[in-house]
Design a protein around this ligand. Sequence first.
Ligand SMILES: Nc1ncnc2c1ncn2[C@@H]1O[C@H](COP(=O)(O)OP(=O)(O)OP(=O)(O)O)[C@@H](O)[C@H]1O
Length: 248
Amino acid sequence: MNSIEVKELHKTYAGALQPSLRGLSFTFPEGKVVGLLGPNGAGKTTTISILCGLVKADSGMVRILGEPQEAGRREAIKRIIGVVPQQIALFPQLTALENLTYFGNLYGFKGKPLKEKILSLLGMFGLEKAAGKEVGKFSGGMKRRTNIIAAILHEPRLLVLDEPTAGVDVQSRSMILQFLRRYNEQGNSVLYTSHLLEEAQQICEDVVIIDDGQLVVQGNPQALIHQHQHCRNLEDVFLHYTGHAVRD
Ligand SMILES: Nc1ncnc2c1ncn2[C@@H]1O[C@H](COP(=O)(O)OP(=O)(O)OP(=O)(O)O)[C@@H](O)[C@H]1O
């Protein structure tokens, strides 16, 4: 079975005193919604950035659905993976349609089929009336939803999202979560980071909890809750494994 494999990743940023990743490893099979969880500074964004090829690990290995994440395989990886970064990666002066056409073109899609696809996705995300509006004038939730569309135009088998539901209102959050479920039901894999543990407990089949650049525990949220008598929910499990000390 195909899987997403992260093996023995080490990373120390240039000039940093401490490593950000210290031999991080985890694997999950294709077709799951997986939450990558951890306190501030645990290494979630670094892990995702390495997975997507945006940051180079000092050592270790990443393989996505059989494809190694390495220089010679970038094109193949680009086709299988869609990335929704934490920061909105859209041109504020361009309309939603212009932005999404630009991203579609990068993947080789053009003309009427691309436009139809964009309009259908804008509709699915409640943005049909916003197609011709400048993205710079969008609300936070609208920008976030447009950012997700930019990442799925090429229908990636693995969608990676860095805190997709942080700082958006309840309606946008609900729409994003509903989309992630539906995208997964179509057979795709989803890996996403969040600090919202109630949400992760609801939608993740598996969670990977990391701290200080290392794996702490991985498993199904309900199974992890049942393993510890004093744990009533995923937040209790998280605190059990990562402690109560606040992080700098
Ligand atoms: N470009 C960088 N240069 C130097 N250090 C960095 C850089 N990016 C991240 N770090 C450090 O690496 C560690 C892991 O950061 P990372 O952003 O991966 O954690 P995170 O789990 O995503 O945190 P958060 O929940 O706050 O988003 C932190 O100590 C952070 O300060």
